[in-house]
Ligand binder design. Structure first.
Ligand code: ADP
Length: 536
């Protein structure tokens, strides 16, 4: 019942919507004292993914090619830790080749010289192909990443095509201004593509990150070299192949697989890359910013980490608040840069909230992400798995109260029990660091001014959630919180038109919406005398 009501105010978010459809009824209380997670098929024979892996080479200049070195690296199934496929391992030489192809496609055309309407039609054809290949894309995403197949198929792949249709709409509406300058001059601005865009994406939403980066860059007429995350190289290659089927000229979108310090660093420091867009951790963001500065000073947009507060006020309907706070943290195995990972709860409702949050976590369905009804799959790889378990140990050591979970789930793959800590204090590591896993930290607060101060006492500023029926409280919080997004009575609403990005060390610039276009355009001022000047 409560989940159904929440889904109505989240109904604009395709990501949120189908997730909530699968969350089920949260109004009944869990058993409380028994540690019993809803299980699925994690430890039976893993379900065979309904897809073949067709593309493992780099896609450069419209062709699939091996790495220049001939090297490959493995990509793993997080359900079992077994190798799925060996993928071309990109290095500086592969980046050089991809940048040369993108440069040629930009300088010699036809892409930037094509009419914007024709570019828009290619983006639309691609979106249609994404819809047609929805199930294959979703299956590859689940296989490589571990996220629930239902989430990928019903929310994320549809969001991919939605994003490209949105940017197809922009392609022929990008234009400059006529400027009323002093003197006898006609002044106009031309909004031109910036050139070759280097794009580095992470592993938590490989297809959505592909869309956030590639959509605006192509709409503006740029060419691209995209480096995927080493954990999840498969879906971007498949999507880029579909783009060529849609009529994208060779060299416009080049995809190189490989590791960060080699392929990624080569892209960030390349002298012929005109702009860099990066999504990943704050620490790596600092590295790529430095590489960009030390090479050709290319402009950089960064979408980085977060430690987002989710604030439950005293007037909140507790059942709804519990469900939304649970979703805000546990969605995508907790692997979201904007996860609501500090759940601040008003002291009046704190005890009840904890009891119900624990019951909800115990009901969370963990298992093989290909199985229907599964809400939580494995973490992406052994490194993330171990990192999350380390933070859980830190929570125990710092004397936060473990309400449930706290251990791996099963004995195979990278599954972790949904974990809830209460009595979390601001100075504990689990309240300060980005855990990137299914670990909810619940903190108590007394009043709105206090919670604004505490919520802002972090180096991050990516997002925040507010849960209240009181308009005054909502207004105070939405204006007081230093974050790029404030979701009020909703969370993780990711429509194509909504800008996303961070304050403070959560990033530089904005992705999605109209705001993303600016970072893929140069503004040229053209000044012409209104009549022949004396010196002519
Ligand atoms: P995480 O720690 O979550 O894996 P990272 O920020 O390390 O996140 O990775 C995000 C992306 O950045 C990936 O594509 C990764 O390969 C890339 N990357 C990692 N290190 C570097 C680096 N030194 N230079 C450029 N890219 C990097």
């Amino acid at each position: 019942m409560a989940a159904r009501r929440i889904s109505s105010f989240l109904s604009r978010s395709s990501v949120s919507l189908s997730l909530l459809r699968s969350l089920g009824n949260n109004s009944s209380r869990g058993s409380g004292c028994i540690q019993r997670f809803s299980t699925a098929t994690a430890f039976e024979q893993p379900i065979t993914p309904p897809v073949q892996i067709s593309y493992t080479q780099h896609l450069i200049d419209g062709k699939f090619v091996d790495a220049a070195s001939g090297k490959t690296f493995p990509t793993y199934d997080p359900r079992t830790g077994e190798v799925i496929a060996h993928v071309a391992e990109g290095d500086a030489e592969d980046i050089n080749r991809a940048v040369a192809a993108a440069r040629k496609a930009f300088d010699e055309g036809p892409w930037p010289k094509m009419t914007a309407y024709e570019r828009s039609r290619i983006l639309l054809r691609f979106a249609d192909l994404v819809d047609k290949h929805n199930d294959e894309l979703a299956a590859l995403e689940t296989w490589d990443n571990g996220k629930p197949y239902e989430q990928a198929a019903k929310s994320e792949v549809p969001l991919l095509s939605r994003l490209f249709r949105y940017y197809a709409g922009w392609a022929d509406k990008i234009h400059g201004l006529t400027v009323p300058a002093d003197g006898n001059y006609h002044v106009q601005t031309l909004h031109e593509p910036i050139g070759v865009a280097g794009q580095i994406i992470p592993w938590n939403f490989p297809l959505i990150m592909f869309a956030w980066k590639v959509g605006p860059a192509l709409a503006c007429g740029n060419t691209i070299v995209l480096k995927t995350a080493e954990q999840t190289p498969l879906t971007a290659l498949y999507a880029a192949k579909l783009f060529h089927e849609a009529g994208l000229p060779p060299g416009v979108l080049n995809v190189v697989s490989g590791y960060g310090p080699t392929a990624g660093a080569a892209l960030a420091s390349h002298m012929d890359v005109d702009k860099l867009a990066f999504t990943g951790s704050t620490d790596t963001g600092k590295i790529v910013l430095e590489l960009a500065a030390k090479s050709n000073l290319k402009p950089v947009t960064l979408e980085l980490g977060g430690k987002s507060p989710f604030i439950v006020c005293e007037d909140a309907d507790i059942d709804k608040a519990v469900e939304l706070a649970h979703f805000a943290l546990f969605f995508n195995q907790g692997q979201c840069c904007c996860a609501g990972s500090r759940t601040f709860v008003h002291e009046c409702v704190y005890e009840e909230f904890i009891e119900k949050s624990k019951a909800r976590a115990l009901r969370r369905v963990v298992g093989d992400p290909f199985k229907e009804g599964v809400e939580q799959g494995p973490q992406v790889d052994s490194e993330q798995f171990n990192k999350v378990l380390k933070y859980i140990r830190s929570g125990l050591e710092s004397k936060a109260t473990l309400e449930c979970g706290g251990e791996r789930f099963g004995s195979k793959g990278y599954f972790i029990q949904p974990t809830v800590f209460s009595n979390v204090q601001d100075d504990m590591l689990i309240a300060k660091d980005e855990i990137f896993g299914p670990v909810q930290s619940i903190l108590k607060f007394k009043d709105v001014d206090e919670v604004i101060k505490r919520a802002n006492a972090t180096r991050y500023g990516l997002a925040a959630g507010v849960f209240t029926n009181n308009l005054n409280t909502a207004n105070r919080l939405m204006r007081g919180l230093k974050a790029g997004t404030v979701w009020v009575n909703c969370f993780d609403v990711f429509d194509a038109a909504i800008p996303f990005g961070g304050y403070k060390m959560s990033g530089i610039g904005r992705e999605k919406g109209i705001y993303s276009l600016n970072s893929y355009l140069q503004v040229k001022a053209v000044v012409t005398p209104l009549k022949n000047p004396a010196w002519l």
